[in-house]
Design a protein around this ligand. Structure first.
Ligand code: BYC
Length: 482
């Protein structure tokens, strides 16, 4: 008998899907679970696997159950399968089947489309854990280390969520896809993760905060769209994932704000008004604001690629079939069919970027990207308050959507952060002003010295304004054996 068959699935895996009596899924999980644990141990956080971490675990979807705090060793984390409560008499909100009851089983004709969506979503989750695996070693505080581990275990739970759907609803090919999710590796040239941004490195904490702000926010937008799905199990599982996603974006938003705050404090203390006195600011152990702008340029543009092409028949098919809706679909005041609708799409025409009214249905990726850009812009405005409060004249800006793109309309052109089209040669010359350089990366690496004493924070980041679970800031969030 295999070791895994002793796992008491109903107690070890919090779930509200009746796992204990679902023989088919249990059998699939008994094979997958040990493979998952082997993946976690080899590709999850490097080191600290035996350290108790003060984590929140979702054990049920009810208010008192979804955020239980306590010390856990990460490999013993209770990854659960939790679906938001079923909405009675829910109907499909958009597309060809609008108004019909939602599907509890996979509609045969859309099986491949739906599986593809679930696999892409599922692939991003372990990818981000792999990207972040070395961060623990250079954590600027125990508080930050704990937050990164929290993000990691929850992304792994999101992998479980997609694996459950594959194993429960897609038979043999679903089980195979579930295994493939553990086989691909972020950045591996032979078996890369499916989407570009998930093959980039997250080598330092500034990158991590940028990732959780920009890339996790793509996650939020995509999950919101999948939460509209007519395939009810997908809708329910993504709705619950969104509750966890909010904290990940908070880690990014507040992380960058704390970096900015520290830079401003260091500048003020040393009477430096000019944010471009970079050498001096770096000498003082803070991160200069122009470098932060270059990081914004990079992470925003790479995350925009995750929305696919502006004009996409895939997106139109997903919508028509009732599988993936728009952001806040039910709040939108239109026919939810988009048969005749138009949407303004940015295109390169006659060497200029122009807005062209295009059929709305194939323009759904563009629309979701616009929703995303608006949200990012609000976050950047909040960051700018930190500089304004400190009296430092410097504003972070989102680059133009045409800047540094690898997917879609702007993949074949070069554009400045202001959105001016450029010749290759000029782009090459300006590249290092726009995007992080190797020197920037080396400087960031030089700052990445671990601080493992409770209550201590690295020189380049301010302590958080509020702690986790109302604990004191010098709480021992991760117990590291001495
Ligand atoms: N890299 O019609 P197109 C998250 C492929 S993040 C590489 O333009 P479509 C998270 C595309 O797959 C959210 N390939 O785009 C965040 C297609 O290939 P096939 C993840 C790309 O299909 C942080 C071809 O190009 N969830 O949760 O309309 C931490 C033509 O595609 C890329 C989802 O994305 C790229 N960037 O839209 C942890 C939701 N972009 O089919 C987690 C599910 C496109 O021709 N996925 N391609 O072989 C989708 O809705 C869509 O697949 C996409 C692409 C929005 C990604």
């Amino acid at each position: 008998m295999s070791e895994s068959s002793h796992v008491a699935y109903d107690t070890i895996i919090p779930n509200n899907v009746g796992l204990a009596s679902d023989r088919k899924v249990l059998k699939a999980l008994e094979k997958w679970h040990p493979e998952f644990l082997a993946w976690w141990k080899s590709m999850g956080p490097d080191g600290f696997q035996e350290s108790p971490v003060y984590l929140r675990t979702a054990i049920s979807v009810e208010r008192e159950g979804w955020a239980q705090f306590g010390y856990v060793k990460m490999p013993e984390y209770r990854w659960g399968i939790l679906l938001a409560p079923q909405v009675e008499n829910r109907t499909i909100g958009f597309g060809e089947y609008q108004g019909e009851p939602v599907w509890q089983e996979v509609p045969g004709e859309y099986r491949a489309l739906l599986r593809r969506l679930i696999v892409i979503q599922g692939d991003t989750e372990p990818a981000s854990v792999e990207q972040q695996r070395f961060l623990g070693k250079t954590a600027p505080s125990l508080y930050d280390m704990r937050n990164a581990f929290q993000v990691n275990v929850e992304e792994a739970r999101h992998l479980w969520a997609m694996v459950y759907l594959l194993q429960k609803y897609f038979g043999r090919d679903g089980r195979e896809e579930a295994q493939e999710l553990l086989r691909r590796r972020s950045g591996d040239p032979d078996a890369p993760r499916l989407l570009g941004a998930f093959n980039e490195e997250t080598p330092d904490w500034l990158s991590f905060f940028m990732f959780t702000f920009f890339t996790d926010r793509d996650g939020k937008m995509q999950l919101e769209s999948l939460a509209q799905s007519g395939f009810d199990p997908l809708s329910r599982t993504t709705r619950f994932m969104l509750t966890e996603e909010a904290h990940h974006m908070y880690v990014g938003q507040s992380g960058i704000a704390r970096v900015l705050q520290r830079t401003c404090q260091v500048m003020a203390k040393n009477q430096i008004d000019d944010p471009f006195r970079i050498d001096e600011i770096r000498e003082l152990g803070a991160i200069d604001l122009p470098l932060i702008q270059r990081k914004v340029n990079f992470h925003f543009s790479v995350s925009l690629d995750l929305f696919g092409s502006e004009i996409s028949t895939n997106a139109a098919n997903f919508f028509d079939a009732g599988l993936k809706g728009r952001y806040k679909e039910l709040d939108i005041d239109d026919d939810h069919r988009l048969v005749d609708g138009l949407y303004p799409v940015l295109k390169v025409i006659d060497g200029r970027i122009q807005s062209v009214d295009s059929p709305a249905l194939p323009a759904l990726n563009m629309r979701l990207r616009d929703d995303y850009v608006r949200e990012c812009a609000r976050g950047v405005e909040r960051w700018n308050l930190v500089m304004a409060k400190a009296g430092i004249e410097f504003k972070l800006k989102l680059p133009h959507v045409a800047f540094n793109r690898a997917i879609g309309e702007f993949a074949s052109v070069e554009a400045s952060p202001e959105g001016h089209l450029m010749q290759q040669k000029e782009w090459q010359q300006q590249h290092d002003h726009y995007l992080p350089t190797t020197e920037d990366a080396d400087f960031l690496q030089s700052l990445m010295q671990p601080l493992h004493q409770p209550g201590q924070y690295a020189s380049w980041i301010a302590p958080p304004a509020r702690s986790i679970d109302n604990l004191p800031n010098d709480f021992e969030y991760v117990r590291i054996p001495g």
